[in-house]
Design a protein around this ligand. Structure first.
Ligand SMILES: CC(C)(COP(=O)(O)OP(=O)(O)OC[C@H]1O[C@@H](n2cnc3c(N)ncnc32)[C@H](O)[C@@H]1OP(=O)(O)O)[C@@H](O)C(=O)NCCC(=O)NCCS
Length: 151
């Protein structure tokens, strides 16, 4: 898997990878607009086609992970971990001191990934995700200190 910095031209590739992992995928033009806004950056993982992506926003000394997606056929091979490492490394280089993200309380794979990278539970946002007929789901807020030497 090739991992590369995402530019505005990669919006379509990011959208393709996102759509492989989410029921309500983000459109390429939405992703393009995000990539054009201040502090937003991402990485894309490709084999013959885009199979993984991450989008983040850096603001002041905080990194927020906006989304992370890996295609089902290449899961549990360390792709998400590599995408997170690239994003956390870029954020550290840019002077960020902490990272945070939201994850649905029932998303065990993602929560396990983040906990393994050193993220710790920092709070709960009630009814954060709207799953339409399936109702609303709480999100855990997870936080990582980027200065403590882990991840
Ligand atoms: C969450 C997601 C990005 C993980 O991608 P991945 O490439 O399979 O993750 P990795 O292979 O890098 O996993 C790294 C570690 O995370 C943990 N992990 C990942 N998936 C897991 C699972 N299904 N069950 C338990 N632990 C898991 C493990 O500790 C794993 O290390 P190991 O394989 O050595 O045990 C992927 O499952 C996905 O795209 N899910 C749907 C979209 C999503 O939920 N995104 C996150 C939204 S917050």
């Amino acid at each position: 898997v090739n991992l590369g910095w995402a530019t505005a031209e990669d919006a379509q590739a990011l959208a393709e990878a996102h759509a492989l992992a989410f029921d309500a995928p983000w459109k390429a033009d939405e992703i393009g607009e995000m990539l054009a806004s201040p502090g937003v950056f991402g990485f894309v993982a490709r084999e013959a086609r885009p199979l993984g992506m991450i989008l983040c926003r850096a603001a002041a000394d905080e990194l927020e992970v906006l989304t992370l997606a890996v295609a089902p056929e290449i899961r549990r091979k360390g792709v998400a971990k590599a995408l997170m490492a690239a994003a956390l490394g870029a954020a550290r280089e840019a002077g960020a001191t902490e990272a945070f993200l939201e994850v649905a309380v029932d998303n065990y794979p993602a929560a396990a990934l983040y906990a393994g990278l050193g993220f710790r539970r920092a709070g709960v946002r009630r009814n954060y995700y709207d799953r339409g007929p399936a109702g609303k789901t709480d999100a855990l807020v997870m936080r990582l200190d980027l200065n403590d030497g882990s991840a």
